[in-house]
Design a protein around this ligand. Sequence first.
Ligand SMILES: [Zn+2]
Length: 245
Amino acid sequence: MKYTKLRKHVCEANLAIVQHGLVTLTWGNVSAVDRKRGVMAIKPSGVPYAELTPAAIVICDLDTGNVQQGSFSPSSDTPTHLHLYRAFPDIGAIVHTHSPSATAWAQLARPLPCYGTTHADHFNGAIPVARPLRADEIEGTYEHAAGVSIVDTFQAEGLNPLDMPAAFLPGHAPFVWGTTLRAAIDNAVALEEVARMALLMGAHRDPAPAPLDPRIVAKHFNRKHGAQAYYGQPATERKESSPHE
Ligand SMILES: [Zn+2]
């Protein structure tokens, strides 16, 4: 079996989102990219998590999307993942779930403002909502168009995917990413929690509460992720040996 490590890490990551309570039934998928080898590893479509093994993980060519290795069909969301990896060259892993609170915000089709430092530790501002899909996109290459809608929104709003590692597909659910599998999972867990906190605040009702002071948002995001980051232990947080750990 080729891509043994990549498959093992992606399998573990798919099981981790279940352990974190982000997944009901099979509503979720995690992928990771190996840019040197030009491949993406992703959960197979419709396989129950209890039956998921490294061998079941599907390896797709990053450029063509064709399956390179694996006996199952890849997740039906594969074209969304592929488009995000191609458009955002610095991301290493993607998590998609229908975790309830984040999905509730996606269904509201409203950006999720930053109300507190928990949010600011992971996301530098409001979580954006991707533009709605056009009729031809819904009827055409729907999953690919979902990725295009996220990338279009990041370009239109001038967002950096490393500063804002998440987006809501309106009426659907979030896509979350990170430079590593661990970072992507952490961001997905954090998004679910901050969405839940916002719902507890009643932030979905009008008038919406005032967001956090942007200076505090910047302070918290940058102390963890900025060029002068000082949160955590030096040389451990940002220098992981493998992009898939
Ligand atoms: Zn979905």
